[in-house]
Design a protein around this ligand. Structure first.
Ligand code: PEP
Ligand code: MG
Length: 586
């Protein structure tokens, strides 16, 4: 039995036979062509290119129709690449001037582009290099007549294990047969990861080298909750997982009913549970699960999936779709949180190379430096505010001055709209993310000025414990249960209570059922989580009383090691919701 660990990007536990897709190193049979065949070879290249462009356009339409325009936009970027005149000229030159074969020329030119991106050492750019490899594969498949038929002709349920899946392959996976997938390559922000979440199939990326030892057909367990792939599990593990799956089905049925039930404790305390989204299409995932609104709309994905800077109307259209789908339910629109690991290619030039991008020019810092871009977004948020219950939130606030500047720019935009006679909600609530320790230390000062707080534990943990949230080498330090984190959350809750301001926790900590009793016991009454987690969170809330939560939080706060806190909370969750713990296997 072999166990590989990667980045869990879409939850769920499945088992089945593995279908292995190799790294698809196409064998290029001829490097040169004869001089008198050059015209024919150029024609062959253009025919292949045309075919590929048609395919991409088709992907764009199918994906836009199925998942929405934001996902389709991934393919507009591919199309733009495929039609880039410089790239086409370079391939043509290799064929015409060096008598290279079209296969060789395509591979040489595209790989040189991809390598340049990879060498820049930036995770986002490395992931864009994968898009170039995708284009290379499409062209080679066309020229060489090869295709990954395996994925198209499935007749039985499989778990796909691949070096990498391109966005097009992921978006068109036949979810009747593909139980889940895991890839050696890829990162959290890759399009493949984003699409896996949207399709809601269990998925893991970034496993590292593991394909060499798997030939296909072996039984595999894919644990999308914990990012583990178990190959050839021993009989004990198989039995445990099968048992888990039977109970998981029962649990899913039960959890499916949670959508219509209120998140209310045994002693009648109503808890607000909203959903976190990246794309407008995900609102339906929230509504389906009975969310109380959208507690975090990560608008930067509008930049990350497009091939040009979004215009005011792009922003406005996206926000209106979310706001209108939510009716009267609140929608917290967070302004752009670009930078660090989320750098769109089109804004590359604004990011200086830095040793510590997590500590550099990101998020609100970037918006404050690029006022026209910031104002475009704020105008769209304000205009959308008349269509529903909109709140605006600034990310990564680390000083009072930053918050005041951001608010001042918002006021400027309001004045502009007023002058232009454009309606908006003047009393739109203005909040901030609390995700930098300085914001916690000054929470009382901030509480006088904000309408609401939202605690971003993902960043708060990394900045408090000085460990990169995406670096597996320091994962043992990166813990929501660290006593320092519990204390910081308590500080924010106290400051907010003193000034009568609301607090939500929207980092991943609030998607983890173990932490719900602790957070409610501390006084938190509002959570925003990944849509898939909402039914589980509701179940924990409904099995709990506030007095019990207070007892749990008091005991957890008396412990001085993260590991002890988490172990204790795990035990309490097992007691409160035994089925949940058994099936999800925390
Ligand atoms: C957070 O930091 O907890 C958060 C919700 O923001 P993001 O994950 O988008 O950085
Ligand atoms: Mg954050």
């Amino acid at each position: 039995m072999k166990v590989y660990t990667g980045i869990a990007v879409s939850p769920g536990v499945v088992s089945g036979p593995v279908l292995v897709l190799g790294s698809e190193n196409f064998r290029i049979p001829r490097k040169y062509v004869s001089r008198d065949a050059i015209d024919d070879e150029l024609h062959r290249f253009h025919a292949a290119l045309e075919h590929v462009c048609r395919d991409i356009k088709n992907n764009e339409q199918v994906v836009s129709a199925q998942l929405g325009a934001q996902y389709g936009a991934i393919f507009s970027a591919h199309l733009q690449m495929a039609q880039d005149p410089r790239l086409i000229r370079e391939v043509e030159a290799l064929i015409r001037e060096q008598t290279r074969s079209p296969e060789f020329a395509v591979s040489r030119v595209l790989r040189s582009y991809a390598e340049q991106l990879e060498k820049m050492g930036d995770r986002y750019l490395c992931e864009r290099a994968l898009d170039i490899f995708d284009l290379e594969k499409r062209l080679l498949r066309q020229l060489l007549g090869e295709s990954r038929e395996e994925l198209r002709n499935l007749t039985e349920a499989v778990i796909v294990l691949a070096h990498d899946l391109t966005p097009s392959e992921t978006a068109t996976l036949d979810t009747r047969f593909v139980l889940g997938f895991a890839t050696e390559a890829g990162g959290r922000t890759s399009h493949t990861a984003i699409l896996a979440g949207a399709l809601e199939i269990p998925a893991i990326v970034g496993l590292g080298r593991c394909l060499a030892g798997v030939s296909g057909g072996e039984t595999v367990i894919l644990d999308g909750d914990n990012g583990r792939v178990i190959i050839d599990p021993d009989s004990e593990t198989v039995a445990r997982v099968q048992d888990m799956q039977v109970r998981s089905e029962k649990t899913s049925k039960r959890l499916g009913l949670m959508g219509s039930l209120p998140a209310e404790t045994q002693d009648g305390q109503r808890v607000t549970i909203c959903g976190n989204i990246e794309f407008p299409e995900e609102v339906r995932h929230c509504i389906k699960r009975g969310a109380d609104g959208v507690g975090l709309y990560r608008t930067e994905f509008l930049f990350l999936s497009g091939n040009r800077e979004p215009s005011e109307s792009d922003h406005y259209d996206a926000y209106c779709r979310v706001v209108e789908a939510c009716g009267n339910l609140p929608v917290v629109i967070r302004t752009l949180d670009i930078g660090a690991d989320k750098v769109p290619q089109l804004l590359e030039s604004q990011f200086s190379k830095t040793q510590n991008p997590m500590l550099g020019l990101r998020s609100i810092r970037l918006s404050l430096l690029n006022t026209p871009m910031f104002k475009r977004q704020l105008r769209a948020i304000l205009r959308a505010s008349i269509h529903g219950n909109v709140r605006v939130m600034f990310p990564l606030i680390s000083t009072l001055l930053e918050f005041r500047q951001a608010k001042m720019i918002l006021m400027d935009v309001m004045e502009d709209l007023e002058d232009e006679g454009i309606p908006f909600q003047r009393n739109i609530p203005i909040g901030m993310m609390v995700e930098v320790p300085s914001a916690v230390i000054l929470a009382e000062e901030f509480a006088r000025e904000v309408d609401f707080f939202s605690i971003g534990t993902n960043d708060l943990i990394q900045y408090t414990l000085a460990c990169d949230r995406s670096d597996p080498a320091v994962a043992n330090l990166y813990r929501s249960g660290d006593p320092s984190i519990l204390r910081l959350i308590q500080m924010v809750l106290r400051a907010a209570e003193k000034y009568g301001k609301s607090v939500t926790v929207c980092g991943q900590m609030s998607s983890d059922p173990r932490f719900i009793p602790l957070l409610l016991g501390m006084g938190l009454r509002s959570l925003s989580a990944t849509p898939q987690a909402i039914p589980r969170l509701k179940e924990v809330v409904r099995n709990l009383s506030i007095s019990e939560a207070v007892r749990i939080s008091q005991h957890a706060s008396s412990l001085d090691l993260a590991r002890d806190v988490e172990h204790y909370l795990q035990g309490e969750l097992s007691r409160l919701c035994p089925d949940l713990v058994d099936t999800v296997g925390f």
